[in-house]
Design a binder for this molecule. Structure first.
Ligand SMILES: [Zn+2]
Ligand SMILES: [Zn+2]
Length: 226
């Protein structure tokens, strides 16, 4: 049975639930403090904004907050993981935008993480690459000499713009990518090859260009190596 009354943690008065503000994130839950106490708290905060903020910025307060949030994280780990998973499932677009933003801010950390993942899951990666090569062996292969030239160009020192995002890439930060993935029937031919930065290559994977590059202008003319 859901109670229709509860006690305010501030004034200790029992009041009907309608006298309590609800959470923005979950309107079925009510706050601990009643409407009256809540507005008093907000008034106090507005009046003493500067002193509250400066107190909050002190090292002791920061350490306290950190310890509190850490113990909360540890105690509620499963709940948080489930909540995050559900949020990601419901907000795929926001999720993608957040990832893009993160990639843009921390390219080195992302590269480091994907390199580490590869090292730790090497056999999985090698197996994936083996399957990819096997598929390549099964699809149309274009002029071998042209393919070799293309690979050599990508391995050279010269800066080459990424086919997808247009950013200049350095040697070691880029890969040869199939514009139409081999797994989706694209030929292993120079007309279907491009140079992609590791980030685009990692996010594109087996997507078709129209599934991946709506947000990018294709900046690099295909087969411009000749
Ligand atoms: Zn109250
Ligand atoms: Zn790119």
């Amino acid at each position: 049975m859901e109670s229709i009354e509860k006690q305010c943690t501030q004034c200790k008065v029992r009041r009907p639930l309608s006298d309590f503000p609800t959470f923005k994130s979950d309107p079925s839950r009510t706050c601990k403090a009643c409407n009256l106490c809540r507005s008093a708290i907000e008034k106090y905060r507005a009046k003493n904004r500067d002193s509250i903020l400066s107190k909050r910025r002190s090292p002791e307060e920061k350490a306290k907050t950190r310890a509190l949030s850490q113990s909360y994280l540890i105690a509620n780990r499963e709940k948080i993981v489930a909540y995050k998973r559900e949020w990601r499932r419901r907000n795929p677009d926001k999720c993608r935008a957040e990832w893009k933003n993160f990639y843009a801010r921390h390219p080195d950390r992302c590269k480091e993480k994907s390199d580490r993942w590869r090292r730790e899951n090497l056999s999985h990666c090698l197996e994936r690459e083996r399957r990819r090569r096997a598929k390549i062996a099964n699809v149309t292969v274009g002029d071998v000499e042209a393919i070799r030239t293309f690979y050599a160009m990508v391995r050279s020192e010269s800066p080459i713009p990424c086919h997808w995002c247009g950013k200049k890439t350095k040697k070691g930060d880029r890969e040869v990518d199939h514009i139409i993935p081999v797994s989706r029937g694209g030929p292993h031919a120079v007309e279907n090859l491009c140079c992609a930065c590791w980030k685009c290559n990692n996010t594109k994977r087996a997507k078709l260009p129209e599934e991946f590059c709506g947000q990018y202008e294709i900046a690099y003319p295909v087969g411009a190596s000749q």
